[in-house]
Write a protein that binds this ligand. Structure first.
Ligand code: EPZ
Length: 428
């Protein structure tokens, strides 16, 4: 709740400035937020490189410290020593700070056969239940006790199981891997999620001595081992979604804008859509150079699980669709409530018709700067895109959502010519 005199931050953008130069992509948020808890599975020290400087990282650090583990952080390098771990209750205050706190369920259940924590937090983009996670843990022999928002999971012995996911959930796939690597026997995950961060977590687990096969395919097999070694250094995969966000900015304002340090394959679904819309870009081995397109062709976009069009790029993509010469249909199939940004795009001048999870977008819209509010992480990124192309000044409030998942976004954009700044102000 805002109190008079409180210092708040907002983002202020002068729109219409071309983006020229190079933006380097950091480590993947949705991998790093799994790797930090996963490091506790190892006996000893793990060093994780390329960890993005985002507030979700700090929220995880608070939990790791609560569990009496040592953390050293130097820039994007994080050293975690779990030798003195004390498996204590993860408080509600820390559990609800982010969604990825749920990864401590798999880790502590897997290593200590006991975990006590609260229902995880995260952006309000849908109900976000964890039934798939809990059903899998039960299949592996865990007893789940729920009191209000508090969960206690206990297992005499955790054993392997054949688990078929009713939905290719990212969180459940990773959480099952985290629990299964130290379980007795073999676990198979059918209809597993295939996102790049799934593969990255599996590679890390194998680096500390686990036996995970098939990550990136529909079927993952985990052969449980008795212990996992430390003294491992691992580097987080580049962020597919951060890359996609800047690539979309390049399609709107790029003047030979280079987005560097990417894995092009991870954004194939996006590049396919940009080709359909007539955007000119040149792919390199780990970079893309992209130019503004003045005559965007309309297209339709439907978000899907990987390798389909990622839901986390849906909201930023919808801004590009407002600039197409014609009508586009955007359908969000993963989350029930990921249209919070559209009323603000309409306030800026976009023409959108919303029905359930389908948005019909009538381009080309002339956007004008105004006062708007971020409603969640990717919705906030979409509003930054809109502000960058809008006429005049756009002021974005509730920016904590954005800082949760985009490292140094203000610097990265101003370094390539955007007129964007973070501004402090007193609440009247
Ligand atoms: C992860 O969330 C990401 N978050 C999300 O990114 C991303 O949108 C999502 O995967 C899909 O790609 C992190 O990795 C921290 P899911 P997660 O389990 O694990 C339903 C961002 O912007 N479901 O794949 O919560 C669920 O309701 C964030 O970086 C159940 O019904 O997603 C949803 O409709 C936002 N029961 C669908 O599955 C469950 O037990 C996908 O959820 C689990 C999920």
């Amino acid at each position: 709740m805002f109190k008079e005199g409180m210092i708040m931050e907002r983002i202020v953008i002068e729109g219409g400035n071309p983006l020229k130069g190079t933006i380097t992509i950091g480590g993947a948020k949705n991998s790093a937020v799994a790797l930090i808890p996963a490091a506790l599975l190892a006996d000893g020290v793990c060093t994780i490189k390329n960890v993005p400087n985002i507030t979700d990282r700090d929220a995880l650090f608070d939990i790791v410290r609560l569990l009496n583990c040592d953390i050293e952080q130097d820039g994007n390098i994080v050293k975690i020593d779990s030798s003195n771990l004390k498996n204590t209750l993860i408080t509600q205050e820390l559990s609800v700070k982010l969604r990825a706190s749920y990864y401590f369920m798999g880790v502590l259940l897997g290593k200590y056969k006991h975990v006590e924590m609260y229902f995880p937090g995260g952006c309000n983009i849908g109900n976000r239940p964890i039934d798939i996670h809990l059903d899998a843990f039960k299949k592996m022999g865990a007893k789940v006790t729920k009191r209000g928002h508090k969960y206690m999971l206990d297992a005499e012995k955790l054993h392997g199981a054949d688990i078929k996911l009713r939905f290719a959930s990212v969180g459940a796939t990773i959480n099952i891997m985290l629990a299964a690597v130290l379980a007795d026997g073999v676990t198979t995950i059918e209809n597993a999620a295939k996102e790049p961060h799934i593969v990255d977590v599996a590679n890390f687990l194998n680096a500390i001595g686990a036996k995970v096969e098939g990550a990136g395919t529909d079927v993952i097999t985990i052969n449980g081992v008795s212990s996992l070694g430390g003294n491992v250094t691992y580097s987080v995969v580049p962020d597919q979604i951060e890359a996609g966000t800047y690539i979309l900015m390049g399609a709107l304002l790029g003047d030979n804008l280079k987005v560097d340090g990417i894995v092009p394959e991870h954004n194939k679904a996006l590049f396919d859509k940009l080709s359909e819309m007539g955007v000119d870009y040149k792919l390199g081995e780990s970079s893309v150079v992209i130019n503004k397109c003045d005559n965007l062709k309309p297209t339709n976009v439907k978000t899907l699980v990987y390798p389909g069009f990622p839901t986390d790029l849906g909201q930023p993509m919808s801004v590009l669709l407002t600039q197409a010469n014609g009508t586009c249909v955007f359908e969000e199939t993963i989350w029930e409530n990921r249209f919070g940004h559209f009323p603000y795009l309409e306030k800026m001048g976009a023409k959108v018709e919303l029905k359930d999870r389908v948005a019909t977008i009538y381009g080309k819209a002339h956007l004008k700067g105004t006062q708007i509010n971020a409603t969640d992480l990717r919705g906030g990124a979409a509003l930054i895109l809109a502000g960058l192309i809008a006429e005049g000044t756009t002021t974005i409030h509730d920016i904590d959502y954005i800082l949760r998942g985009y490292e140094n976004i203000i610097n990265k954009l101003s370094n390539v010519g955007a007129k964007i700044k973070l501004e402090e102000y007193n609440v009247e």
